[in-house]
Ligand binder design. Structure first.
Ligand SMILES: Nc1nc2c(ncn2[C@@H]2O[C@H](COP(=O)(O)OP(=O)(O)O)[C@@H](O)[C@H]2O)c(=O)[nH]1
Ligand SMILES: [Mg+2]
Length: 235
């Protein structure tokens, strides 16, 4: 008999850097929604060399719940490295990830699942992004540049609410260790013919912990990685 759940199997992962105040809530939210969404699921926590208690709390959650798995980077490597570790650790045919700071609503995952039959990548865009105006403007310009350089459909490529068909990553070498990773995945997948669709999702303020996504060092690294990727993929 066909399953009544939206999807048979789903790997969910969270990249986490210094998220000791968010990790327990993040796991609780995933454990609350996944049983209704998938027959088989796993929750992977990627601790990217956190200097707080993220790793320790994650190990405890993994010991407590069999569906929770922990991946540790001994030292902080960056957002892209954390995404690559999450993708590499995922065991199921579809992979969903969101940030470990609880700025999204996992109840919106079914919006993505509904579009997966015709698309290999289903990506959220933030309908009302909880960030300062200058960041929204920078993001608008950045997405414009990415659309021109790589011909990918994206108005919010860095929106951390995405669903991937796992086999798009087979034989794909991802080089970005920093924040460019989302662009790199889109660009490489598009080149291989993957279909990408965007859907609006909600975004909420960060309640605990530090935001690091707007740091100058993070942005400069993303631009270095952007031009390297463009040099490789153009033509
Ligand atoms: N792996 C990794 N994750 C990071 C790093 N910095 C932030 N994160 C994670 O990336 C996500 C987004 O970070 P955040 O600072 O909230 O960026 P923003 O939402 O773009 O403002 C969160 O889940 C963080 O835990 C980092 O250096 N490495
Ligand atoms: Mg955030």
């Amino acid at each position: 008999m066909a399953s009544a759940k939206p999807i048979e199997e789903l790997s969910l992962f969270y990249p986490m850097f210094n998220e000791e105040e968010n990790i327990e809530e993040a796991v609780a939210r995933a454990r609350a929604v996944l049983p209704d969404l998938a027959d088989r699921y796993e929750i992977i926590l990627v601790n990217d060399g956190s200097r707080d208690r993220t790793g320790e709390l994650g190990d405890r959650l993994a010991a407590q719940y069999s569906e929770v798995r922990m991946v540790h980077h001994p030292v902080n490597r960056g957002y892209g490295a954390a995404l690559k570790s999450g993708i590499g650790a995922a065991r199921y045919g579809w992979i969903f990830y969101t940030d470990g700071d609880n700025q999204f609503d996992l109840a919106e995952i079914p919006l993505l699942l509904a579009l997966r039959h015709e698309h290999e990548i289903v990506t959220g865009y933030r309908v009302d992004r909880s960030d300062p105006a200058h960041r929204k403007l920078n993001a608008w310009a950045f997405n414009f540049l990415v659309r021109i350089l790589f011909q990918v459909p994206c108005r919010d490529v860095d929106c951390a609410f995405k669903l991937y068909r796992a086999d798009i990553f087979k034989g794909m070498t991802l080089k970005s260790e920093g924040a460019l990773i989302d662009v790199e995945i889109f660009a490489r997948a598009k080149k291989r013919g993957a279909r990408i669709v965007e859907i609006g999702v909600h975004h909420y303020p960060r309640r605990f912990g530090q935001q690091t996504g707007a740091k100058l060092s993070v942005i400069l690294r993303a631009f270095r990685e952007l031009f390297r990727l463009w040099g490789e993929l153009k033509g």
